[in-house]
Ligand binder design. Structure first.
Ligand code: 13P
Length: 212
């Protein structure tokens, strides 16, 4: 199988896994991966539970649909990450419950939505910013991600859900899962006297493991 064929099969399998474990319901969420000559993206209005590898949208660098079904309406979010983070090889957008809960809470710090609660959220996700609400598919969300200049590997879209980039498809999916589980912990601990990792502990993790 070609490298692109393998990536298509991997995308279908990881999307199904996310769906089966409840990280996505209905037709919520979209996933993309960078190719040497463009990107692959889940089609609009498709369920992550049943992505046909042959019908995945293939998009040229200029945004033209080369093959497959029409792409997700959130293509702006994905392209903004690829254009500002050269190291990003894949992007995952979900409406997963707990990260979306954080994106709805007024108490969430927009500059640091996910404080350093555990080592793995530091290692896999890093700083997460909250972007103001716009409707799904509004290109302004892409502009807001571009305005971060590649500083964050992940954002929360207010009242909508997380968008997470990673070095490759598997890394991006793992990071999206880590963000979701950490959001769940944060909501569970809300209002309780919680110990976070110190600046020195975060620095040690970044020095030892790097990120994404
Ligand atoms: P698409 O079906 O266009 O990918 O949109 C789903 C979604 O998650 C919107 O935010």
């Amino acid at each position: 199988m070609s490298a692109e064929g393998e990536l298509r099969a991997q995308m279908s399998a990881l999307c199904a896994s996310l769906f089966q474990r409840g990280f996505s319901v209905g037709t919520a969420g979209n996933v993309s991966a960078r190719l040497p000559d463009g990107l692959l993206m889940t089609p609009t209005n498709s369920t992550l539970g049943a992505i046909d590898p042959e019908r995945i949208s293939k998009i040229a660098p200029d945004g033209i649909l080369l093959s497959g079904d029409p792409p997700s309406k959130e293509i702006f979010l994905h392209r903004a990450f690829y254009d500002t983070r050269p190291e990003a090889g894949a992007v995952v957008h979900l409406h997963s419950t707990w990260a979306t809960a954080l994106a709805c809470l007024r108490s969430t710090d927009p500059d640091n939505c996910v404080p350093p609660l555990t080592p793995y959220v530091v290692m896999r996700v890093g700083q997460v910013k909250l972007l103001p609400y716009v409707r799904p598919g509004d290109p302004r969300a892409g502009e807001m991600i571009r305005a971060l200049g590649g500083a964050c590997a992940a954002v929360l879209l207010a009242n909508h859900g997380p968008v997470v980039s990673g070095r490759d498809l598997f890394s991006a999916v793992c990071a999206a899962e880590e963000l979701e589980e950490t959001a769940r912990l944060l909501v569970a601990l809300e209002g309780r006297d919680t110990r976070y990792l110190t600046g020195a502990q975060v620095a040690e993790l970044n020095q030892t493991f790097g990120r994404i």
